[in-house]
Structure formats: C-alpha cells, structure tokens
Design a binder for this molecule. Sequence first.
Ligand SMILES: NC(=O)c1ccc[n+]([C@@H]2O[C@H](COP(=O)([O-])OP(=O)(O)OC[C@H]3O[C@@H](n4cnc5c(N)ncnc54)[C@H](O)[C@@H]3O)[C@@H](O)[C@H]2O)c1
Length: 416
Amino acid sequence: MTDDLSRRDFLHASGLGLTSVGALLSQAGRPYRPEPGKRIRMAVVGGGFGTQFQWHEHPDCDVVAVTDLRSDRRARLQKVYGCKTAYDSLEDMAVKARDVDAVAVFSGALDHVKHTKLCMERGWHVVSAVPACFTLAEAEALKELKERTGLRYMLAETSWYRQAAILARALHRKGAFGRVFYTEAEYYHDRGDLKKLASDKKSRFFDPDGSHSWRWGFPPMHYPTHSLGFVPGVTGERVTRVSCLGWGTGDHPYLTDNAYGNRFWNEASIMQTDNGGMVRCNVFWLCAAHGERAQWFGDRASLYMTKGGLHDTQLRFRTKGDTPTMFDLPEQSGGEIAVPRYWESDMLPEAMRHQSGHGDSHTFISAEFINALLEDREPEIDVYEALAVTVPGIVAHQSANRDGEQLAVPQFRSPK
Ligand SMILES: NC(=O)c1ccc[n+]([C@@H]2O[C@H](COP(=O)([O-])OP(=O)(O)OC[C@H]3O[C@@H](n4cnc5c(N)ncnc54)[C@H](O)[C@@H]3O)[C@@H](O)[C@H]2O)c1
C-alpha cells in the first residue's frame, strides 16, 4: 500500500478502520530495506518451474549462471534471467562456476536433497523447490547438512506467501483468532485432465525420451507442502501425529505401474499438532476441484479462504462473543473482507511490486531469500519450517498404506 489512493481503496473495499489496516500491514512482514554495497550472485537449476521467479528483479541480486540438462530449457533460463552463462548440468556448474553465492534448486522432486547437498558442500546457499525431501532419511540428512555447513536454506513454498495466508499469519500474531484449535488445509491439483494427460506423451507425466517423469504416480501426501504451508506457516504449529486414508481405483496404470508402489489418487488425513490442535489435511490428484486453500477455526474468530485460485481476493470471517474488535467491525459477527494486495506494499523492493504466480507468492519468495542473505539471517521458511511442512506428509502416506493407523511424526527442531 504505497500511496493514499491505494490505501483509501483498500479501506473502502475491506470496510476496515485505518488503525486496524495500518497494524495488519505493518505486522504482515518485514519491509524491504536496501543493504548498501552488498550484492548476491545467484544461479538457477531447472528451466521448467525454475523460470518463474524474480531473482533478477531484486535490486541487489544478479543471476550469474543457469543450468538444465535440456538445451531448450537452458536457453529459456538464459532468456528469462538475461544471463550469459549456462552450464550443461549442475554437476558441471559445481566444478566450473566461480563467484556464485546461492543457488535456486528447481530440479524434479526426487533430486532436491541430492542437489542441495551438492550446492551446500560447494559453499553455496540454497533455495529449493518443494517438497524439501522425499524420505525421512533425507529429512535427517538435510537438517544435518544445513547445521554442518552453516549456510542458509529456504524452501520455496508458495502457499506460505499467498496474500490470504500473509493476512491470516498477521491476524494470528495479533491474537485475533484466540486459540486456533482446528485448521482445514487442502491442495487439489486436477483440471479434469489427469487421465487424459496420463496418456499424452507430451504432458508433464513424461520425460522427452517418452519414459515416465517423476510426476507419474507420485504419492499425493509426498507433496503436502501446499496444504501444510497454511499450518506451520500461519499458526506456527508442528504436526505430531497423523492418520491418513487413501483412495485409488486400481484401474489405471498410473496407480498399478509406478516407481513408488503408490495405489492412491487422493489422500485425506487428520493430524494432531503440538498444542493439541486438529488439522484436516488433504492432497488430491483426481477430483472435480482445483487450488490451494485453508480455513482456520479459533475460539474467538474463524477465517475462510473463499477460493484457492491464482489471485485470492476475498476472505470470509466469523467472530463470536467477546471479539468485537478483531476486524474492527463491532456491529457484525461475520462478513467478507478484501485480501490486502501486499504485493504492492513496501514488503517488496519497488521493481518487484507486481502480481506473480501462485497467489502472488513468487515475488515474496524471491525477495525473502535474497533479503535474508543480504541481512545475514535465516529466511522465514528455514530448514526447520521446510521439514515441518514436508515430513508429516511422508508419514501420512505411510499411514495410508497401513489403513489409517495413527503414526507419530518425527520432529526436526532447531537446536537453538
Ligand atoms: N507451487 C509450487 O511450489 C510448484 C509448482 C510447480 C513445480 N514445483 C516444483 O518445482 C520443481 C520443478 O518443477 P518442474 O515442473 O519444472 O519439473 P521438471 O521435472 O519439468 O523440471 C526439472 C528440470 O530440472 C532439470 N535437471 C534435473 N537434473 C539436473 C541437473 N543435474 N543439472 C541441471 N538440470 C537438471 C531437468 O532437466 C528439468 O528440466 C519440482 O520439484 C516441483 O515439485 C513447485
């Protein structure tokens, strides 16, 4: 919210009072403050999703190298980031590249820990695509790697920086919900085309040589971060136990012939958190719905994301009893508020104040990682948060394979 006009528009749209809006905006995240004289030299691995971030728009960052195994994707990376230097592989880059500070690892989901290890042992900070890891052994290894090297690690989790999630986090920090005792978080990735795509050799389920890509048959709960980003990412809770069920039809090679032995299109779980809270967390690949969304239930107020689409514009809320000031709407017990357009606020450097992918989260992820390096601090989604949004899903899939048996979730906490 940079000028009077946009602030007035926002106030009008939301029906909020000035004091309340000012507090929410100022508590929603740190403002960008330039660090004179410092610059970050960034490399990018992976020319698919890895082309969708804004490292190059940050005023204190240069993309100095890119790499992909595929020449078409290397060229795409070079074009997007205006970068002259491209390597044939990360392995090649690790041998030859000089003057790199940090790497964005956007290779396929099974390679994240392997590639993060290669980078960190080379002395490079890492921001990794989700999920953080695929197995519990990898989770251990990632924590050990980060603590041994002392380098910065961030997970590029998009639901964490959806504009609605930023507001929910700010409200929670204000104590607006009272005690959050139940959260529903869901990620549905089906555009009604999954079965069609699964027989289309040009789709994301196939590599260029016609073999199955890592996405083929991927167990839903091994991709839990777009749901769980709304839990540690908003309330700070840790999932301690999980029971999960899976649904599969057994009539498609996606489920009968995949590298993971996965039998499920969709998985639904109930989780317990370390403050006694309950979470219903779903990941579905085959269903008539699409998006990432959550709703948080407190004993003073509750908040509902109305849509899980690209740009969420409204939130619904309910308040009760002794919570008249939560949304500065004392006479109402429920209603709708506009989601603040944080992407045009001073939380981002000026050049990055535009809409971006996954609910306007991409510029926030890009800026937060670079800012953390400039300010010599841990990024907001550090290795412990990364594991808190990834590991419960790994255990959930184990539970689904055991008909919903409730299982303990290992904790990966900071030693500090
Ligand atoms: N909302 C989100 O957060 C979101 C959305 C989409 C994808 N993703 C994640 O982003 C990652 C990338 O997704 P994608 O769809 O582009 O996957 P992809 O499999 O299409 O692309 C991965 C790329 O990495 C390259 N690569 C693999 N090993 C390499 C190496 N050793 N050196 C150089 N390049 C190498 C491959 O050639 C490939 O082009 C995935 O892990 C996915 O889970 C996250």
